[in-house]
Design a protein around this ligand. Structure first.
Ligand code: NAD
Length: 290
Protein backbone atom coordinates (compact mmCIF):
# COMPACT_ATOMS: atom_id res chain seq x y z
CA UNK A 1 0.00 0.00 0.00
CA UNK A 2 1.23 3.49 -0.83
CA UNK A 3 1.77 6.67 1.13
CA UNK A 4 -0.38 9.24 -0.64
CA UNK A 5 -0.38 13.03 -0.33
CA UNK A 6 -3.80 14.36 -1.42
CA UNK A 7 -4.05 18.09 -2.15
CA UNK A 8 -7.47 19.69 -2.72
CA UNK A 9 -10.12 18.09 -0.51
CA UNK A 10 -13.28 19.66 -1.97
CA UNK A 11 -16.46 18.09 -3.32
CA UNK A 12 -14.51 15.56 -5.37
CA UNK A 13 -11.18 15.31 -3.53
CA UNK A 14 -12.59 14.42 -0.12
CA UNK A 15 -14.57 11.33 -1.20
CA UNK A 16 -11.72 10.25 -3.50
CA UNK A 17 -9.23 10.50 -0.62
CA UNK A 18 -11.68 8.55 1.53
CA UNK A 19 -11.74 5.70 -1.01
CA UNK A 20 -7.94 5.59 -1.12
CA UNK A 21 -7.95 5.28 2.66
CA UNK A 22 -10.60 2.55 2.56
CA UNK A 23 -8.42 0.64 0.08
CA UNK A 24 -5.66 0.61 2.72
CA UNK A 25 -3.45 3.48 1.50
CA UNK A 26 -1.95 5.86 4.04
CA UNK A 27 -3.39 9.26 3.07
CA UNK A 28 -2.12 12.66 4.24
CA UNK A 29 -4.19 15.57 2.95
CA UNK A 30 -4.00 19.33 2.55
CA UNK A 31 -6.48 22.03 1.57
CA UNK A 32 -6.21 25.81 1.92
CA UNK A 33 -9.76 26.12 3.29
CA UNK A 34 -10.11 25.38 7.03
CA UNK A 35 -13.62 23.90 6.61
CA UNK A 36 -12.33 21.43 4.00
CA UNK A 37 -9.49 20.44 6.34
CA UNK A 38 -11.95 19.94 9.22
CA UNK A 39 -14.26 17.79 7.05
CA UNK A 40 -11.30 15.65 5.95
CA UNK A 41 -10.10 15.19 9.53
CA UNK A 42 -13.63 14.20 10.54
CA UNK A 43 -13.46 11.57 7.76
CA UNK A 44 -10.28 10.18 9.32
CA UNK A 45 -7.74 11.71 6.93
CA UNK A 46 -4.50 12.92 8.51
CA UNK A 47 -3.83 16.58 7.76
CA UNK A 48 -0.55 18.28 6.79
CA UNK A 49 0.20 21.97 7.32
CA UNK A 50 0.98 22.69 3.63
CA UNK A 51 0.97 21.11 0.18
CA UNK A 52 4.71 20.57 0.50
CA UNK A 53 4.28 18.83 3.85
CA UNK A 54 1.58 16.54 2.38
CA UNK A 55 4.02 15.58 -0.39
CA UNK A 56 7.13 15.26 1.76
CA UNK A 57 6.92 11.55 2.56
CA UNK A 58 4.61 10.48 -0.26
CA UNK A 59 5.04 7.71 -2.82
CA UNK A 60 2.18 9.29 -4.77
CA UNK A 61 0.95 12.91 -4.78
CA UNK A 62 -2.60 13.48 -6.02
CA UNK A 63 -4.02 16.93 -6.79
CA UNK A 64 -7.74 17.74 -7.24
CA UNK A 65 -7.86 21.51 -7.72
CA UNK A 66 -10.06 24.08 -9.49
CA UNK A 67 -7.78 25.22 -12.34
CA UNK A 68 -4.44 25.01 -14.13
CA UNK A 69 -2.86 28.02 -12.45
CA UNK A 70 -3.48 26.54 -9.01
CA UNK A 71 -2.11 23.17 -10.12
CA UNK A 72 1.12 24.80 -11.33
CA UNK A 73 1.38 26.86 -8.11
CA UNK A 74 0.91 23.76 -5.96
CA UNK A 75 3.35 21.78 -8.13
CA UNK A 76 6.08 24.31 -7.27
CA UNK A 77 5.77 23.29 -3.63
CA UNK A 78 5.26 19.62 -4.39
CA UNK A 79 8.26 19.37 -6.73
CA UNK A 80 10.49 20.91 -4.08
CA UNK A 81 9.27 18.59 -1.32
CA UNK A 82 8.37 15.17 -2.76
CA UNK A 83 10.89 12.35 -2.30
CA UNK A 84 12.84 11.09 -5.33
CA UNK A 85 10.82 8.57 -7.34
CA UNK A 86 7.40 9.88 -6.30
CA UNK A 87 4.55 9.64 -8.80
CA UNK A 88 2.46 12.78 -9.41
CA UNK A 89 -1.17 12.41 -10.49
CA UNK A 90 -3.26 15.47 -11.30
CA UNK A 91 -6.98 14.64 -11.49
CA UNK A 92 -8.20 18.26 -11.75
CA UNK A 93 -9.90 19.33 -14.99
CA UNK A 94 -7.50 21.92 -16.41
CA UNK A 95 -6.33 23.34 -19.73
CA UNK A 96 -4.11 21.13 -21.86
CA UNK A 97 -1.25 23.67 -21.89
CA UNK A 98 -1.03 23.79 -18.07
CA UNK A 99 -1.25 19.99 -17.91
CA UNK A 100 1.69 19.68 -20.31
CA UNK A 101 3.64 22.30 -18.34
CA UNK A 102 3.04 20.32 -15.13
CA UNK A 103 4.37 17.15 -16.81
CA UNK A 104 7.39 19.03 -18.11
CA UNK A 105 8.29 20.45 -14.70
CA UNK A 106 7.80 17.04 -13.08
CA UNK A 107 10.00 15.43 -15.76
CA UNK A 108 12.79 17.96 -15.18
CA UNK A 109 12.93 16.71 -11.58
CA UNK A 110 12.71 13.05 -12.72
CA UNK A 111 9.25 12.44 -11.28
CA UNK A 112 6.77 10.23 -13.12
CA UNK A 113 3.56 12.15 -13.84
CA UNK A 114 0.05 11.51 -15.10
CA UNK A 115 -2.82 13.84 -15.95
CA UNK A 116 -5.94 11.90 -15.00
CA UNK A 117 -9.12 13.99 -15.04
CA UNK A 118 -12.35 12.24 -14.17
CA UNK A 119 -15.91 11.86 -15.24
CA UNK A 120 -18.66 10.63 -12.94
CA UNK A 121 -19.20 13.63 -10.64
CA UNK A 122 -19.52 13.62 -6.88
CA UNK A 123 -21.74 10.51 -6.97
CA UNK A 124 -19.02 8.57 -8.80
CA UNK A 125 -16.35 10.00 -6.48
CA UNK A 126 -18.27 8.78 -3.41
CA UNK A 127 -19.07 5.37 -4.90
CA UNK A 128 -15.54 4.82 -6.27
CA UNK A 129 -16.91 4.42 -9.80
CA UNK A 130 -15.20 7.33 -11.58
CA UNK A 131 -13.83 7.06 -15.11
CA UNK A 132 -10.22 8.27 -15.32
CA UNK A 133 -8.80 9.56 -18.61
CA UNK A 134 -5.04 9.41 -18.29
CA UNK A 135 -2.16 11.02 -20.15
CA UNK A 136 1.52 10.23 -19.65
CA UNK A 137 4.17 7.65 -20.45
CA UNK A 138 3.39 3.93 -20.34
CA UNK A 139 5.64 3.65 -17.25
CA UNK A 140 3.81 6.45 -15.40
CA UNK A 141 0.41 5.04 -16.37
CA UNK A 142 1.36 1.57 -15.13
CA UNK A 143 2.40 3.07 -11.79
CA UNK A 144 -0.79 5.15 -11.52
CA UNK A 145 -3.33 2.50 -12.50
CA UNK A 146 -3.47 0.59 -9.18
CA UNK A 147 -3.92 3.86 -7.28
CA UNK A 148 -6.64 5.12 -9.62
CA UNK A 149 -8.48 1.80 -9.46
CA UNK A 150 -9.21 2.44 -5.76
CA UNK A 151 -11.29 5.46 -6.88
CA UNK A 152 -12.69 4.45 -10.24
CA UNK A 153 -13.95 1.55 -12.25
CA UNK A 154 -12.74 2.53 -15.71
CA UNK A 155 -9.22 3.79 -16.33
CA UNK A 156 -8.23 4.63 -19.90
CA UNK A 157 -4.71 5.46 -21.06
CA UNK A 158 -5.47 8.11 -23.69
CA UNK A 159 -1.91 8.85 -24.83
CA UNK A 160 1.07 11.02 -23.87
CA UNK A 161 1.20 14.05 -21.55
CA UNK A 162 -2.03 16.09 -21.70
CA UNK A 163 -4.05 13.40 -23.52
CA UNK A 164 -6.27 12.82 -20.48
CA UNK A 165 -7.26 16.50 -20.38
CA UNK A 166 -7.74 16.49 -24.16
CA UNK A 167 -10.13 13.52 -23.89
CA UNK A 168 -12.03 15.17 -21.05
CA UNK A 169 -12.68 18.46 -22.86
CA UNK A 170 -13.57 16.77 -26.18
CA UNK A 171 -16.03 14.47 -24.37
CA UNK A 172 -17.61 17.33 -22.47
CA UNK A 173 -17.87 19.45 -25.61
CA UNK A 174 -19.96 16.62 -27.12
CA UNK A 175 -22.01 16.53 -23.91
CA UNK A 176 -22.72 20.29 -23.84
CA UNK A 177 -23.69 20.37 -27.51
CA UNK A 178 -25.83 17.23 -27.28
CA UNK A 179 -27.67 18.44 -24.17
CA UNK A 180 -28.62 21.68 -25.92
CA UNK A 181 -29.76 19.70 -28.98
CA UNK A 182 -31.92 17.38 -26.87
CA UNK A 183 -33.42 20.36 -24.99
CA UNK A 184 -34.26 22.14 -28.26
CA UNK A 185 -36.00 19.00 -29.55
CA UNK A 186 -38.21 18.79 -26.42
CA UNK A 187 -39.04 22.51 -26.64
CA UNK A 188 -39.93 22.18 -30.34
CA UNK A 189 -41.99 19.03 -29.67
CA UNK A 190 -44.06 20.85 -27.08
CA UNK A 191 -44.72 23.79 -29.42
CA UNK A 192 -45.89 21.53 -32.25
CA UNK A 193 -48.09 19.31 -30.10
CA UNK A 194 -45.92 16.22 -29.59
CA UNK A 195 -45.76 14.84 -26.03
CA UNK A 196 -42.38 14.57 -24.30
CA UNK A 197 -42.96 10.86 -23.69
CA UNK A 198 -43.68 10.19 -27.38
CA UNK A 199 -40.54 12.04 -28.44
CA UNK A 200 -38.55 10.08 -25.86
CA UNK A 201 -40.00 6.71 -26.93
CA UNK A 202 -39.07 7.36 -30.56
CA UNK A 203 -35.74 9.19 -30.23
CA UNK A 204 -34.35 6.93 -27.49
CA UNK A 205 -34.51 3.99 -29.91
CA UNK A 206 -33.78 5.94 -33.09
CA UNK A 207 -30.94 7.94 -34.59
CA UNK A 208 -31.45 10.79 -32.08
CA UNK A 209 -30.36 8.50 -29.25
CA UNK A 210 -27.60 9.86 -26.98
CA UNK A 211 -26.61 9.95 -23.29
CA UNK A 212 -28.18 13.41 -22.77
CA UNK A 213 -31.51 11.89 -23.82
CA UNK A 214 -31.54 8.36 -22.45
CA UNK A 215 -29.61 8.72 -19.18
CA UNK A 216 -29.99 12.38 -18.35
CA UNK A 217 -33.30 13.34 -19.98
CA UNK A 218 -33.85 17.12 -19.43
CA UNK A 219 -37.64 16.87 -19.01
CA UNK A 220 -39.30 15.20 -16.01
CA UNK A 221 -40.91 11.81 -16.58
CA UNK A 222 -39.18 9.59 -19.12
CA UNK A 223 -35.99 8.91 -17.06
CA UNK A 224 -37.04 8.95 -13.39
CA UNK A 225 -33.51 9.39 -11.97
CA UNK A 226 -32.55 12.42 -14.06
CA UNK A 227 -32.12 15.84 -12.34
CA UNK A 228 -35.20 17.15 -14.23
CA UNK A 229 -37.27 15.11 -11.75
CA UNK A 230 -35.54 16.79 -8.82
CA UNK A 231 -35.94 20.49 -9.70
CA UNK A 232 -32.64 20.38 -11.65
CA UNK A 233 -30.56 19.96 -8.51
CA UNK A 234 -27.04 18.92 -9.67
CA UNK A 235 -25.82 16.39 -10.77
CA UNK A 236 -23.36 18.31 -12.83
CA UNK A 237 -23.71 22.04 -12.30
CA UNK A 238 -24.01 24.40 -15.28
CA UNK A 239 -20.98 26.36 -13.98
CA UNK A 240 -18.81 23.24 -14.36
CA UNK A 241 -20.19 22.58 -17.84
CA UNK A 242 -19.33 26.17 -18.76
CA UNK A 243 -15.80 25.70 -17.39
CA UNK A 244 -15.26 22.60 -19.53
CA UNK A 245 -16.75 24.20 -22.67
CA UNK A 246 -14.49 27.21 -22.19
CA UNK A 247 -11.48 24.91 -21.83
CA UNK A 248 -12.51 23.23 -25.11
CA UNK A 249 -12.71 26.63 -26.80
CA UNK A 250 -9.32 27.72 -25.42
CA UNK A 251 -7.86 24.54 -26.92
CA UNK A 252 -9.73 25.07 -30.20
CA UNK A 253 -8.37 28.61 -30.52
CA UNK A 254 -4.83 27.56 -29.62
CA UNK A 255 -4.84 24.67 -32.11
CA UNK A 256 -6.80 26.32 -34.93
CA UNK A 257 -9.61 23.73 -34.74
CA UNK A 258 -12.98 24.98 -35.98
CA UNK A 259 -15.68 24.09 -33.41
CA UNK A 260 -18.61 26.34 -34.28
CA UNK A 261 -21.15 24.35 -32.24
CA UNK A 262 -18.77 24.09 -29.27
CA UNK A 263 -18.36 27.88 -29.39
CA UNK A 264 -22.11 28.41 -29.56
CA UNK A 265 -22.73 25.94 -26.70
CA UNK A 266 -20.17 27.79 -24.54
CA UNK A 267 -21.97 31.07 -25.29
CA UNK A 268 -25.39 29.61 -24.38
CA UNK A 269 -24.06 28.23 -21.08
CA UNK A 270 -22.20 31.49 -20.36
CA UNK A 271 -25.47 33.42 -20.59
CA UNK A 272 -27.26 30.85 -18.44
CA UNK A 273 -24.58 31.08 -15.73
CA UNK A 274 -24.50 34.90 -15.87
CA UNK A 275 -28.26 34.95 -15.38
CA UNK A 276 -27.89 32.96 -12.15
CA UNK A 277 -28.01 29.34 -13.41
CA UNK A 278 -24.49 28.36 -12.35
CA UNK A 279 -25.64 26.17 -9.47
CA UNK A 280 -28.43 24.52 -11.46
CA UNK A 281 -27.86 21.15 -13.14
CA UNK A 282 -26.64 21.65 -16.72
CA UNK A 283 -29.81 19.98 -18.08
CA UNK A 284 -31.74 22.92 -16.54
CA UNK A 285 -30.61 24.91 -19.60
CA UNK A 286 -33.96 23.74 -21.06
CA UNK A 287 -35.72 26.39 -18.95
CA UNK A 288 -33.64 29.12 -20.60
CA UNK A 289 -34.18 27.63 -24.07
CA UNK A 290 -37.95 27.66 -23.47
P1 NAD B 1 -14.03 22.14 -5.17
O1 NAD B 1 -13.96 23.61 -5.38
O2 NAD B 1 -15.13 21.57 -4.34
O3 NAD B 1 -12.64 21.61 -4.56
C1 NAD B 1 -11.37 22.14 -4.87
C2 NAD B 1 -10.61 22.24 -3.57
O4 NAD B 1 -9.29 22.70 -3.83
C3 NAD B 1 -11.24 23.21 -2.56
O5 NAD B 1 -11.50 22.57 -1.34
C4 NAD B 1 -10.18 24.30 -2.43
O6 NAD B 1 -10.13 24.88 -1.15
C5 NAD B 1 -8.92 23.52 -2.73
N1 NAD B 1 -7.78 24.37 -3.10
C6 NAD B 1 -7.77 25.46 -3.91
N2 NAD B 1 -6.53 25.96 -3.99
C7 NAD B 1 -5.74 25.17 -3.23
C8 NAD B 1 -4.35 25.17 -2.92
N3 NAD B 1 -3.52 26.09 -3.42
N4 NAD B 1 -3.87 24.21 -2.10
C9 NAD B 1 -4.70 23.28 -1.58
N5 NAD B 1 -6.03 23.22 -1.83
C10 NAD B 1 -6.53 24.15 -2.65
O7 NAD B 1 -14.05 21.50 -6.64
P2 NAD B 1 -14.45 20.01 -7.03
O8 NAD B 1 -15.88 19.96 -7.41
O9 NAD B 1 -13.92 19.08 -6.00
O10 NAD B 1 -13.61 19.86 -8.37
C11 NAD B 1 -12.21 19.62 -8.38
C12 NAD B 1 -11.77 19.42 -9.82
O11 NAD B 1 -12.49 18.31 -10.37
C13 NAD B 1 -12.06 20.61 -10.73
O12 NAD B 1 -11.00 20.77 -11.61
C14 NAD B 1 -13.35 20.21 -11.44
O13 NAD B 1 -13.49 20.83 -12.70
C15 NAD B 1 -13.15 18.71 -11.57
N6 NAD B 1 -14.41 17.94 -11.68
C16 NAD B 1 -15.47 18.19 -10.86
C17 NAD B 1 -16.63 17.45 -10.99
C18 NAD B 1 -17.83 17.70 -10.11
O14 NAD B 1 -18.91 17.15 -10.40
N7 NAD B 1 -17.69 18.46 -9.03
C19 NAD B 1 -16.71 16.42 -11.96
C20 NAD B 1 -15.60 16.16 -12.75
C21 NAD B 1 -14.44 16.93 -12.61
Amino acid sequence: MAKIGFIGLGNMGLPMAGNLRKAGHEVTGFDVVPAARAAAEAAGIAMAASAGAAAAAADVVLTMLPNGKLVLDVYQEVLAAAPAGALLIDSSTIDVASARAAHERAGEKKFLSVDAPVSGGIGGAAAGTLTFMAGGTAEAFAAAEPVLSAMGKKIVHCGPAGAGQAAKICNNMILGISMIGVCEAFVLAEKIGLSAQALFDVASTSSGQCWSLTTYCPVPGPVPGSPANNAYKPGFAAALMLKDLQLSQDAARASGAKTALGEHAAEIYRRFVEEGGGGVDFSGIIEAIK
